[in-house]
Ligand binder design. Structure first.
Ligand code: PMP
Length: 351
């Protein structure tokens, strides 16, 4: 017998959204941005000297870190960049959740959290969302090994205000509280970044995959007090020192300085979202109130699984989760107006 089989670390992996090779698919399944990166980013990409790829990148990614620090009005020592926010969150789980007490995150949230907890053998508990799919702050008032809140939450799309986040922080002075703000730019409300000066146990996670239209480059980062960032760097340099590649550092730094362009496309996505939600409601769907670049919608009569399958056959990809309480929902990324019209036209058959 192969004895080594007993020593394999068994994990149930996260299942990423499909990336079809067929360009004709209307791709509304992974919350990418339907608009291209800023023109300055594309121009820089054209002029980038690929000959330099023979050299390792800057392990501190200082060009990008400095640009992000400027963008948020914090010190560079308060930024920890990574290969998408998945890499940053994974490092956060490894660095800060090193206790026997359970880490707390909602039962319905970004499904990667429980995967990282499992792979790193971190105990966790998942308080249930309430009947409106909202997080109950009081579930996070107890002793724990850390707290992770996605705000807006995924896949529910619901945004909670700063009072809610501060309430959780006030009750968790002894834990690191992570606020995953992957979708915050699409929300009508402030970011937990505003709370950083008051809470040295708060860490805010951001990504360039959604509102900065750069999912393909894999850029994410955490913003926190210097003490937390130093701890993250110590662990990172114990795993892999060269995380971000050269093009990501260069182009990410440019994107960080193109705020006006990205504000413009974000407004377009939000306007399309609001219009699409109204149209879907006319067709008998219920959409949870969205502060993100996607809608979480269910039909009153037809199952989520059925609509998902029929959409897929028609070349319209959305996301469906086979999980209790949400298996009748579809998570629909907000695309261009034209893409949403194609989706809505197809869904008219269910009205
Ligand atoms: N957090 C949440 C809540 C997400 O939905 C995603 C996207 N799958 C991520 C983090 C990771 O995004 P990325 O690694 O592309 O930055």
């Amino acid at each position: 017998m192969k004895k080594w089989i007993d020593n394999i670390r068994r994990v149930e992996p996260y299942v990423p959204g499909e990336q079809p090779s067929d360009a004709d698919v209307i791709k509304l399944n992974t919350n990418e941005n339907p608009y291209p990166p800023a023109p300055e980013v594309l121009e820089t990409a054209k002029n980038t000297d690929m000959g330099l790829l023979r050299l390792y990148p800057d392990p501190t990614a200082s060009k990008l870190t400095d640009a992000l620090a400027d963008m948020h009005g914090v010190k560079s020592a308060q930024i920890f960049p990574g290969v998408g926010s998945d890499d940053v969150l994974s490092m956060i789980f490894l660095t800060f959740f090193n206790s026997d007490k359970p880490v707390l995150f909602p039962d319905i949230t970004y499904s990667f959290y429980s995967v990282w907890a499992d792979v790193y053998r971190i105990p966790y508990e998942r308080p249930a969302l309430d009947c409106d799919f909202r997080i109950r702050a009081r579930d996070y008032y107890r002793e724990n090994g850390g707290v992770v809140i996605a705000n807006p939450n995924a896949p529910t799309s619901i945004y909670e205000g700063l009072d809610f986040i501060e309430d959780i922080l006030r009750h968790n002075g002894d834990s690191v509280v992570v606020v995953d703000e992957a979708y915050i730019d699409f929300a009508e409300g402030p970011s937990a970044l505003e709370l950083l000066p008051e809470y040295d146990n708060l860490i805010v996670v951001r990504t360039f995959s959604k509102s900065r239209s750069m999912a393909g480059l894999r850029i994410g980062y955490a913003v926190a007090g210097e003490e937390l960032i130093k701890a993250l760097n110590d662990v990172k340099y114990s795993v892999n020192s060269y995380t971000l590649n050269r093009p990501s550092i260069e182009l990410g730094a440019v994107a960080a300085r193109c705020g006006d362009y990205y504000d413009g496309i974000t407004r377009k996505v939000v306007a399309t979202r609001e219009r699409a939600a109204k149209e879907l409601e006319k067709l008998g769907f219920e959409c949870l109130p969205s502060g993100a670049n996607f809608l979480f919608a269910r039909h009153g009569k037809v199952s989520g699984r059925q609509i998902f399958g029929e959409l897929r056959e028609a070349g319209i990809y959305v996301r469906h989760f086979d999980a209790p309480r949400i298996d009748d929902f579809l998570r629909i990324t907000v695309g261009t107006d034209e893409q949403m019209d194609r989706l809505i036209d197809f869904l008219k058959r269910y009205s």
